[in-house]
Design a protein around this ligand. Sequence first.
Ligand code: HEM
Length: 325
Amino acid sequence: MALTSARALFVIAAILGVSLQANAQLSTAFYASKCPNATNKAFEVVKSWIVKDRSMAPALLRLHFHDCFVRGCDASVLLDSTVANSGEKDAGGNKNSLRGFEIIDDVKAKLEAMCPGTVSCADILALAARDSMLVFGGLNYTVPLGRRDGVSSFAWEANNNLPPPFADFNMLMSLFSAKGLTTKDMVVLSGAHTVGFSRCSTLQQRLYNFSSTSSTDPSIDPSFVPILKSKCKFGSTGIIMMDQSKTTDTWDFNYFSNVLKGRVLFQSDDAIKRTAEGLKLVQAENKAGGPFTADFGASMLKMGNIQVLTGTSGQIRKNCRVVNK
Ligand code: HEM
């Protein structure tokens, strides 16, 4: 028994050691000598896009999430499919849904002009997520750098690793814990749904074809159902803002109060309060002047470290959409 627990401790320490080491390879000063103006330039380019269309900030935040959850933060989500519909971009949760690729291309082109072959697409994604939300308003956190770019992208991996909108608590937790993230990370990061929008097509099943006993998901607040149905009619191809509690899209903790009231868009949003642990976390984040933004930054830092390629692994792509020849 003692030997077993000692072994278990050793394994845990070894795992922790490896992950700490991996994190230690990223550094906020990574480009300080290689391309001193890289992070300023990336900020400037992202800012110019967000000033024109602030709805692109949530899109860039999501792009980084969808990158990190599929073979780590290696910019695999940016690769164009080489065989029709084979890459991550073409996976169910991504196709006709992810936005912002042209912004990443623009940042990349300008950084390549300044410092050829130096700044990875994976780092650009991480910076763009933070910088866009900084310009959007209210969110800021540190982004360590030094990720390198992967060379493969598979739709089936995205299908298996990205949480679907119908996920229940267990499914969410198995997908997040597979990435080394905790229940708190899962709850806090779901708070990203305080901004941005969804396609109405994503809500069709929950609103009109839920189950054999109830055409609409009974977990939705009954007074919220007509609102959702008027904004997303049967068969609608329109869009709907994630946070229906306000008219302007802002970074705030409203999402958690919407979760508690049953006034959220997806079953996955509703699911985060469906265990005692989840409920406690949702309640803790639902506070004016509370921990949400700081907690979100801390969880983004962890998410941005998932399975990063560093050192001589991978490559620095010249064009984020294609692997170097
Ligand atoms: C917890 C599991 C999650 C599920 C099931 C989920 C699912 C979704 C779905 C279905 C959409 C709408 C897609 C569409 O209709 O086109 C969406 C949008 C969005 N998600 Fe999530 N998401 C999750 C977690 C996250 C996380 C961790 C982040 C960021 C850290 C995030 C950020 C966003 C943003 C910002 C949008 C709006 C995008 C836009 O305006 O273009 N989501 N999510």
